[in-house]
Write a protein of this length. Structure first.
Length: 407
């Protein structure tokens, strides 16, 4: 387990899953790591575990009632929300996920979750059907979008006697993840990361364009991760739905040609360049200056190839620069992606299965493999875009760290 010497304050929200008793072990592990733990038990958690157990383990008052804090400024919800370095909700029921996703504030824990700006980590624990229910999945997607983190759940035997996904992941793993969030890495401090993101629009006429299904979510997850590790982050993005985090230098473009021009200008001074954009490979040779009306006869488009932005950057990369390409493929994933290591002059290629509901454009999770130039293949399955971003930035950081400039 990781070591921390800080006296960080964690709010440990315990909700009414049968796994609530395991939260005592989580509290105990955190305390052993020098973390100050403020336990908060919802009404249903109190049916399963006694607040006194948490008080004995943490040495702190367990918060249980919404209105009691008025008499006790130490546990007044805004004060705790402001003071906490991390909110850890373990176990997290479907109910607390739903409330957090929709801003419902009807008890101390849910109210304080709205008031805090600290990172929030959920360790879900619930019956498999409840976990797999579209409502729970949609709530988790909303929370992920907002930057909340999840650890688990695990697959195994449930309290209700069935086997499946939904068990809370083991306390050591929950605590390791919490400590990582408390002690953020600054391993990209002083580095500049350039990311291309979103899809491009190639105009046919003033109202129509050729586009694609890119949502910009992968680029946003990468920007968030690089920023959290103290990099300077620049994103060149096509028109997209995903909002980019505050602190990122954003250049919004429409076409591949515009993206190519800005990315090529910025690339020489970047340490790492990540091509997460779904760049249109073709554009209409001549875009019409007036709308082509129905009844005006057939419209024939001649498409010409767009510049390959990441391949051009890869070709001109200087020693020590890291270039990463994405390969979205429906067939022969690994074979096609391997070719891109060479054609893009890339150090890493993220091979990404598209065309299935749980992987690819617009989906919340991805399945595929990170390939490197040493024939290394690091597979991932059903990984959230945030987790893939973390894994990829780890790899980039390692490559940047191994570069030894020649004398
Ligand atoms: O060749 P393909 O489009 O499959 O390659 C995908 C990778 O190349 C992605 O990293 C994408 O951002 C980048 N790309 C690019 N410019 C293009 C086409 C793709 O930078 N015109």
């Amino acid at each position: 387990m990781m070591k921390t010497t800080s006296t960080n304050e964690v709010v440990l929200g315990v909700t009414g899953s049968i796994a609530a008793y395991k939260a005592c072990e989580i509290a105990s592990l955190l305390v052993k790591q020098g973390v100050r733990v403020t336990p908060v038990l919802t009404r249903s958690a109190r049916e399963l575990v006694a607040p006194a157990s948490f008080e004995a383990i943490t040495g702190n008052r367990a918060i249980t009632e919404m209105f009691e804090p008025l008499l006790n400024p130490e546990i007044e919800h805004i004060a705790v929300a402001t003071r906490a370095r991390l909110f850890l909700i373990a176990p997290a029921t479907a109910n607390v996920l739903a409330k957090a996703a929709h801003g419902i504030a009807d008890d101390w824990l849910s109210t304080t979750l709205l008031a805090t700006r600290a990172p929030i980590l959920f360790a879900p624990a619930m019956n498999t059907n409840m976990y797999e229910h579209p409502a729970t999945q949609a709530n988790m997607a909303i929370l992920r979008e907002r930057g909340c983190r999840f650890v688990g759940p695990d697959v195994g035997r449930m309290a209700c006697g069935t086997e499946g996904i939904g068990r809370m992941i083991k306390p050591e793993t929950v605590v390791d993840t919490a400590l990582t969030l408390l002690d953020p890495r600054c391993d990209l401090d002083g580095r500049h990361v350039l990311i291309t993101s979103g899809g491009t629009h190639e105009p046919i006429d003033p109202v129509r364009y050729i586009g694609n299904r890119s949502s910009g979510k992968m680029g946003r997850a990468l920007a968030r991760e690089a920023l959290s590790r103290k990099a300077r982050v620049t994103v060149v993005t096509g028109p997209h739905d995903a909002s980019l985090p505050h602190g990122v230098d954003v250049h919004v473009v429409e076409t591949a040609a515009q993206m190519a021009e800005i990315a090529a200008r910025l690339a020489p001074e970047a340490d790492a360049i990540i091509g997460a954009a779904a760049v249109s490979d073709f554009r209409p040779q001549d875009s019409l200056t007036h709308k082509h009306k129905r009844g005006a006869g057939a419209l024939t488009l001649t498409l010409v190839e767009n510049p390959d932005i990441i391949a051009t950057i890869g070709m001109h990369k200087r020693p020590g620069q890291v270039v990463v390409a994405f390969a979205a493929e429906t067939d022969d994933l690994i074979e096609n992606a391997k070719v891109k290591l060479d054609t893009k002059h890339a150090d890493l290629v993220v091979a990404n299965q598209v065309g299935t509901p749980d992987s690819g454009f617009g989906s919340e999770t991805l399945t595929g493999c990170i390939l490197d130039r040493n024939d290394g293949a690091d597979p991932f399955e059903g990984l959230s875009k945030a987790d893939l971003a973390e894994r990829l930035i780890d790899r980039i950081t390692a490559l940047l760290g191994t570069f030894v400039p020649s004398a």
